[in-house]
Design a protein around this ligand. Structure first.
Ligand code: ADP
Ligand code: MG
Length: 728
């Protein structure tokens, strides 16, 4: 075994779980390091406190003197907890989080110093953020960017830093981050959902979108990970033959959690508790060393922040436990990849989940209204929804017989399908009193009972209704949820506006009663939804053909999928809702296209290097061993040696032809890279990386993986799949 491999495995096998002190009950830790409502109530005057609540609920402005007061209370609280620095915490378009720490400490002359943090510092900062991606926005406008406090996500302390969640915008107002459009989309869905919910309950004043994400990840011992340049540089393995035992026995799924992993999880959960992230479930996933973490769902903006934060914290806690946390969607070929299901629903200030059937026929009609409108929104904008989850790494997963396909469809289960069929049969125009009663009692009224025993689950669907929420399953494990959440909430907002206007027209122009009008509009919608509803196997080839007939998009690669981000339809959607303007949309598109190119470019370089610098020399070394052996046999047996050297001679030949294939593959790949790199047009460049360069990955890998099976294990330089996945 190569020395590096040997030492890495030895180091990893010697590790014991890191001992962590079992502390108080989780519930007493919860939110300990968050400047939450309770803390604010205790430390702010009534006026200041109300002013923050108004900012959260109604988006109203906080004046300077109140901001000063809040900042001062925040600072006192943070200092008591041992914080020394503060930062504006934001989510630039890299997808990661960003922070620049400043000390509270300030000198005031005469050798004196104080801890200072005022309203100005709380509300606005100007990070020197010229290296964050901006897709040309800041160049175009020659404007700098600034961060601004988002009071709807509470400040928190991580380590010794007070982190203030902020948005990141250019001075000209364009969003330079993920959070700003999300907040605008949430506002849009709030307004349009309130308007529709008022048909059913006049007291509804606010509708919140909720998000419950389920984060999947792999844990790999850090020594083993460090021995693999591909994992270090790209977050995934670019080579490696599948182990003799993979996940076929399904013995990892929900199995007992290995002790080292458990110690990591406990530690992580404690950090989450302190930060008010309500993590609830943890379990093994399908693949070896794959796990899942899920919190109780929360208001979407907060849930997105929590997910961004947790991806960062996982890394830090992983370090303490000598683990590399792999968030990549497909770290290992041949074993399941990771996703991040986004569970989504809408709930009112009156405590009603609009996607959950209620106790009365009227509340069930409300449920159906939101349920059907959501499906209609997905149908209208399926291509944009697909684009919202597109990335180089998620391309490996979508359609790979383990994750939803690149075709967006909606699964609702047999029972609700029946309900929709019955509603479709409703008489056009005004309903007779008997028909209405029948409908309310026998169709709409029965929904809660139906759902109680609705055990329907279809794991192959990218967008499934699961009892009281929709589950968007195609989101990648590495993704920032803000992107899909911005799109989902925007398209539903737009659809609800349309619905309201259609219903109002029937009420005003056709003199219909409210519920007649609602039934009528829903009936027409149901007729149009047949193409997006799909209950069958999303993994099958049949579905690809069927979906094509239905006119659904099937954009398999990121460059193809992303085009929907800048279509006329998308631009008018976002402009109408004031979620993003054309410049913001275009800038994001540019960034995503370029990011794709860079991703594939890096992978291509790393693969070329490993193949040439690790694999080929190792194969040559082994071939030399074989050659020496053949020469020895010839010495002993003379002319008759071939009888004894048959295998060796075949191996020598096979190694030569594999080396030849690898070398010519790498050379051809590099040539394609050179051609692509001189392309000025970013779209064409991304397409070249996708269609001309990426196909070499599999070809080169194929021969390297074959060599792995031939070459003496002692010589093989890279830690193998069985070691990466099964060493504990
Ligand atoms: P699964 O079977 O897919 O693991 P669970 O029922 O355990 O699903 O829930 C998964 C996630 O869905 C959890 O994060 C949970 O908090 C979230 N969730 C539950 N109800 C809602 C809701 N109404 N809105 C949004 N998310 C929800
Ligand atoms: Mg789920």
């Amino acid at each position: 075994m190569s020395t590096l491999r040997f030492h890495s495995i030895k180091e990893s096998l010697n590790r014991k779980p890191v001992k962590i002190k079992e502390v108080e009950k989780r519930s007493t830790l919860f939110g300990e390091n968050v400047f939450n409502n309770t803390t604010m109530r205790q430390s702010l005057t009534k006026d200041a406190y109300t002013s923050v609540l108004d900012a959260i609920d109604k988006g109203s402005k906080i004046n300077r003197s109140t901001a000063d007061q809040i900042a001062s209370a925040m600072k006192d609280w943070a200092l008591l907890k041992g914080a020394t620095h503060y930062t504006h915490w934001f989510q630039p378009l890299t997808g990661a989080t960003a922070e620049k720490h400043d000390a509270f400490f300030e000198t005031v002359g005469d050798g004196l110093a104080i801890e200072k943090f005022d309203g100005g510092q709380l509300v606005q900062q100007e990070p020197d953020a010229s290296s964050f991606p901006h897709g040309g926005i800041r160049n175009t406008f020659e404007a700098r960017g600034y961060t601004a406090w988002d009071p709807s996500s509470p400040a928190f302390i991580y380590g010794t830093t007070l982190c203030v969640p902020t948005i990141f915008v250019a001075y000209t107002g364009e969003a330079l981050d993920y959070k700003t459009p999300l907040l605008r989309a949430l506002q849009a869905v709030d307004q349009s959902a309130v308007a529709v919910a008022k048909y059913f309950d006049k007291n509804v004043k606010k509708v919140n979108a909720s998000l419950g994400w389920e984060q999947e990840y792999f844990l790999i011992d850090s020594a083993l990970a460090a021995s693999r340049p591909d994992i270090v540089l790209t977050g995934r393995t670019l080579l490696g033959h599948s182990p003799a035992k993979g996940q076929q026995l399904d013995d990892h799924y929900f199995g007992s959690i290995p002790s080292r992993a458990l110690a990591f999880m406990r530690d992580l959960e404690k950090e989450c508790m302190l930060l008010g992230i309500p993590v609830k479930t943890r379990h093994n996933e399908v693949a070896p060393n794959q796990f899942e973490l899920a919190p109780i769902y929360d208001e979407a903006n907060l849930a997105v922040d929590h997910n961004s934060l947790i991806m960062d914290i996982m890394d830090k806690v992983g370090e303490r436990h000598n683990f590399n946390v792999l968030l990549h969607e497909k770290p290992f070929s041949g074993v399941n990849g990771s996703g991040k299901h986004n569970n989504w629903s809408l709930s009112t200030n009156t405590g009603v989940n609009l996607l959950s059937p209620g106790k009365t026929p009227m509340s069930n009609l409300q449920f159906l209204t939101f349920f059907i409108n959501t499906i209609k929104a997905v149908h209208q904008y399926e291509e944009l929804l697909r684009a919202s989850i597109a990335s180089a790494s998620n391309d490996h997963r979508l359609g790979a017989n383990e994750a939803p396909p690149a075709i967006i469809s909606v699964f609702i289960g047999e029972q609700l399908t029946k309900v929709l069929e019955e509603l479709e049969g409703v008489t056009k125009g005004k309903l007779s009193p008997k028909e209405k009663t029948d409908l309310k009692l026998n169709v709409v009224g029965k929904i809660p009972e139906i759902l109680l025993d609705n055990t329907d689950r279809n794991r192959t669907s990218p967008f499934a209704f699961t009892g009281n929420k929709f589950e968007f399953r195609a989101v990648g494990s590495k993704a920032n949820c803000a992107n899909p959440m911005t799109v989902l909430n925007s398209i539903v907002a737009k659809q609800l506006i349309e619905f309201k206007s259609e219903v109002d027209t029937l009420i005003d122009k056709k003199d219909m009663k409210k519920d007649d009008a609602i039934f009528n509009v829903l009936r027409e919608y149901i007729k149009s939804l047949k193409d997006i509803l799909f209950e069958g196997n999303g993994y099958g080839d049949e579905w690809q053909k069927e979906a094509k007939k239905r006119g659904l998009s099937n954009n398999k690669t990121t460059p193809d999928a992303l085009k929907a981000r800048v279509s006329k339809k998308t631009i008018s959607l976002f402009e109408e809702l004031e979620v993003m303007n054309k410049v913001e949309i275009q800038a994001r598109y540019e960034i995503e296209v370029e990011e794709y190119t860079m991703h594939i470019q890096i992978e291509s370089r790393v693969l070329g290097d490993i193949a040439r610098n690790h694999i080929v020399p190792t194969a040559v070394n082994y071939q030399n061993v074989l050659i020496a052996n053949v020469k020895g046999l010839k010495d002993i047996y003379g002319a008759g040696f071939k009888k004894y050297a048959k295998q060796q001679l075949e191996l020598i030949q096979e190694i030569s032809s594999r080396i030849e294939a690898i070398n010519s593959g790498v050379t051809a790949m590099i040539n394609e890279r050179k051609k692509a790199n001189i392309l000025k047009d970013s779209e064409k460049k991304a397409a070249a990386y996708c269609n001309k360069i990426k196909p070499f990955f599999d070809e080169i890998r194929y021969h390297c993986d074959k060599l792995e099976l031939l070459v003496d294990d002692e010589l093989w330089p890279l830690t193998k799949y069985r070691e990466l996945l099964f060493t504990r």
